[in-house]
Design a binder for this molecule. Structure first.
Ligand code: GSH
Length: 214
């Protein structure tokens, strides 16, 4: 099995977490956004990472990949068994992948990617605007969705990592969730980060990206 992507991508991290939970060993192959090989479009028509290669099967899109992995390798399950819960898990996964990531990527891009990879100055006003004006609404919503204890649907699911992976990137860019204002979500983030498969994935990222992460 091959996981094509870049180590700090929240979407790649989501897939790496699911592979790790299922005990599937995989070989990471680095493809960095903006520096994709010319023929990458043949395996990723939207020109995005990650892409999974499982024998004859090549799949783009982290949500499609996670669903494929859960159907092909069902144990341990990484989606709830109840139909309605599974639908809710899919929406929460989508929320993490889109709205939450849109906001949480800003501290990461401005404070990690720009100075570390592009030799550019961070736009601190942009970070302040997103953190103070846009992110609070998203965090209010998540505060109403996540549990006070444990994970969203009992056993760890794809939705759990999808709702935390973007926040891990923001953390690398110096952002911390205010636990006074959003205690449930702040606690949930810490529980997901402490889940052993997530710890292992973050450790591998740290080893691969040590110089960028300082
Ligand atoms: N819906 C896709 C989104 C993937 C995505 O946006 N990946 C980013 C990297 S974190 C990317 O490849 N960006 C390249 C670009 O937009 O040019 C998924 O879940 O895999």
């Amino acid at each position: 099995m091959k996981l094509i992507g870049a180590h700090l991508s929240p979407y790649v991290r989501k897939v790496a977490t699911i592979l790790t939970i299922k005990g599937i060993s995989y070989e990471p192959e680095v493809v960095i956004p903006g520096m994709m090989p010319d023929d990458f479009i043949e395996i990723s028509p939207l020109l995005k990472i990650p892409v999974l290669v499982d024998g004859e099967v090549t799949l783009p899109d982290s949500s499609v990949i996670c669903e494929y992995l859960n159907e092909k390798y069902p144990e341990p399950a990484t989606m709830p068994s109840d139909v309605a819960e599974r639908a809710r898990a899919r929406f929460l996964e989508e929320y993490g992948d889109t709205r939450l990531l849109e906001y949480m990527s800003v501290p990461f891009i401005e404070n990690v990617v720009k100075p570390g990879l592009r030799n550019e100055q961070p736009d601190e006003d942009r970070v302040r605007r997103v953190v103070h004006e846009m992110l609070p609404g998203a965090l209010d919503y998540l505060e109403s969705q996540v549990p006070a204890q444990g994970f969203l649907f009992g056993d760890f699911s794809t939705a759990d990592i999808a709702l935390v992976s973007p926040t891990i990137n923001a953390g690398l860019g110096g952002y911390t969730v205010d636990a006074g204002r959003w205690p449930r979500y702040a606690g949930f983030v810490e529980r997901v980060k402490a889940f052993p498969p997530v710890v292992a994935v973050l450790q591998a990222e740290q080893e691969a990206m040590g110089s960028l992460l300082g």
